[in-house]
Design a protein. Structure first.
Length: 568
């Protein structure tokens, strides 16, 4: 990205968005604190990204773009016990899918391990770090509380020579896991508990997904994170609000080492109603069998949203609508749905599918005759043109579009009533066929051959228009209707002895066997459609031409707002 001198417009000359982060960056550029903008997105490769991470990506990458700066993708891979190549690959796929471009700046904290080790030795030589033999439990017990200072480790006053020797032997693998740590020597009475001699290194005899067995001591996140930003020349380290309390520790390390120091700015993290935004909760849901995997379309993971049919453009619009605030926020999931609808309404081709089929036979239509009806592909996109839909004597309509004894203000099909078939003809229901149990299984109707296109030649009014499929070409398909994962806006709103899983929505996924037209059956994974009068759907990964499968992305209108907590 090209560097720009102007401060009030982006690289394409458009007025820049204004928020507290961008305002702070403008001040930094104007004061000369920095002469450029360089951001990064630094995920830990121990889970799949979710929509909260998408907000962070668009803050980091969007700001870099706005100011003609640079953007890095960097993995904070400092814990071999939780990190896997699977997560690295998934993060790369997700960030690329969102549209962020890190160019050639893909970095890993593990590539800096040697430099971090040498810097740790520098702090030992300055008397600012020491090897401690306390167990993790003892470290916690001596840390103190918010109202009481901590107690010094009995190993705090080891000599520089002894600490250097012990630290080198830790690296050489002489000691078992967790038997020793390297701690910063700061202030055990600090009001910020994170400054009470925090652990910098711990012993973990475990292979690293990139470094193999080269290391058996690993840096903690707090020790590594600021160093990584410094090494990469990041100007603005943008992170969520919970890291504000960590900022003094990052600064302490950088100041004591006398190396380049970025500016950290925190923003409020995103939470959404009717879902969870926690790696730990995702693991519980997957391992507990409540969802099918980390890409289950009910989860707010980017893999799940992508599989459900949500586009990067919809997520970008969502991030723009919710804005950037300093405090944490809870956003109604309906806001995301609205962004998805707006996006798919503009871009999705229309087609007709039938979810719960009811057979219709046009008794006065010639048995061997078929017609092709012209249907607009997308009224929001005139350039999309039109398609044809086969019309024949035997059709399918939705079960809910017929009532034998219709209630007031029900204008769809009923005995003796006329309705319009979309882009085809006006038909009248004359006879209802039932099975032995009394279920309606077939409607026998007549069509008005003069009403092709759905318009009555005599100008008579027909109040309802129904979608349909010709029985000859309809393909059986698995249709998954997704709703909110939880019945309550706050999944943690449970009884004293309950858990968040008590609020799981038993109807969050309803699988039915419906019918789709042949072009949908042949469509590749990820193809999105608007099923007219029903909603937006996406071809799933397990779809085949012989038996297609589709996920509902979102309904045509908000149907989640009326959810209430279920009675026990």
């Amino acid at each position: 990205m090209e560097d720009r001198d102007h401060r009030d417009s982006d690289v394409e000359g458009r007025p820049r968005a204004s928020d507290f982060i961008r305002d702070a960056i403008r001040e930094d550029l104007a004061s000369g604190r920095f002469d450029r903008v360089h951001t990064r997105f630094p995920p830990e490769p121990n889970a799949y990204l979710h929509i909260g991470h998408a907000k962070a990506v668009w803050i980091d990458y969007g700001i870099a773009c706005d100011f003609g700066g640079k953007f890095n993708l960097r993995f904070d891979d400092t814990n071999p016990l939780k990190e896997e190549q699977e997560f690295v690959d998934a993060v790369i796929e997700d960030v690329r899918w969102l549209g962020a471009d890190w160019e050639d700046r893909l970095f890993y904290a593990s590539d800096y391990f040697e430099q971090m080790y040498q810097w740790a030795c520098d702090l030992i030589r300055k008397g600012k770090a020491y090897v401690c033999d306390l167990s993790a439990e003892d470290v916690r017990s001596t840390r103190g509380t918010l109202t009481e200072p901590g107690r010094n480790s009995p190993f705090r006053n080891r000599s520089v020579e002894e600490n250097l020797d012990l630290f080198a032997r830790m690296r050489a693998g002489e000691y078992p896991d967790a038997s020793r740590t390297l701690r910063a020597r700061i202030d055990m009475a600090s009001p910020n508990l994170l400054l009470r001699d925090p652990v910098m290194y711990r012993i973990i005899h475990a292979p690293h997904h990139r470094q193999g067995d080269a290391w058996c001591i690993y840096p903690t996140y707090d020790w590594a994170h600021g160093l990584e930003d410094s090494i990469e020349g990041v100007t603005h380290s943008l992170c969520s609000q919970e890291y504000e309390i960590h900022r003094p520790l990052y600064d302490w390390f950088l100041i004591e080492l006398g190396i380049y120091r970025p500016r950290q700015i925190e923003f409020g993290r995103l939470n959404m109603t009717h879902t969870v935004m926690s790696k730990r909760r995702f693991i519980e849901l997957v391992e507990g069998g409540y969802v099918s995997g980390y890409d289950d379309p009910r989860l707010p993971t980017l893999a799940g949203l992508r599989r459900r049919g949500v586009t990067p453009d919809a997520i970008r619009e969502f991030c723009g609508r919710i804005g950037i605030a300093k405090g944490n926020s809870v956003v109604d999931s309906a806001v995301l749905d609205d962004c998805v609808r707006d996006d798919l309404n503009r871009t999705s081709p229309r087609t007709m599918a039938v979810l719960r089929p009811l057979k219709v036979v046009l008794t006065n239509y010639p048995e061997n005759q078929t017609e092709e009806m012209e249907v607009v592909i997308n009224p929001e996109d005139p350039a999309a043109g039109s398609r044809t839909a086969l019309f024949a004597r035997e059709l399918w309509i939705e079960q809910e579009d017929f009532r034998e004894d219709p209630p007031p203000n029900y204008f769809r099909m009923a005995p003796g009533r006329e309705v319009r078939l979309r882009a085809a003809y006006i038909v009248r229901c004359n006879e209802v066929i039932k099975d032995a149990e009394g279920n309606v299984v077939e409607l026998r109707c007549t069509y008005d051959p003069e009403s092709r296109g759905g318009t009555a030649p005599d100008g008579r009014k027909v109040k309802a228009t129904l979608h349909w499929l010709a029985a000859a070409v309809a393909k059986a398909a698995t249709i998954r209707l997704y709703g909110p994962l939880f019945v309550t806006a706050d999944p943690d709103d449970v009884a004293e002895d309950g858990t968040f899983t008590d609020n799981l929505n038993p109807d969050s996924m309803v699988e039915i066997e419906g019918l789709v037209p042949p072009e949908v059956a042949a469509a590749p994974c990820g193809t999105r459609y608007q099923f007219e009068r029903i909603g937006y759907f996406c071809v799933d990964r397990d779809s085949t031409p012989e038996h297609p499968a589709l996920n509902r992305t979102v309904t045509l209108r908000d149907t989640w707002a009326k959810l209430e907590k279920r009675e026990p």
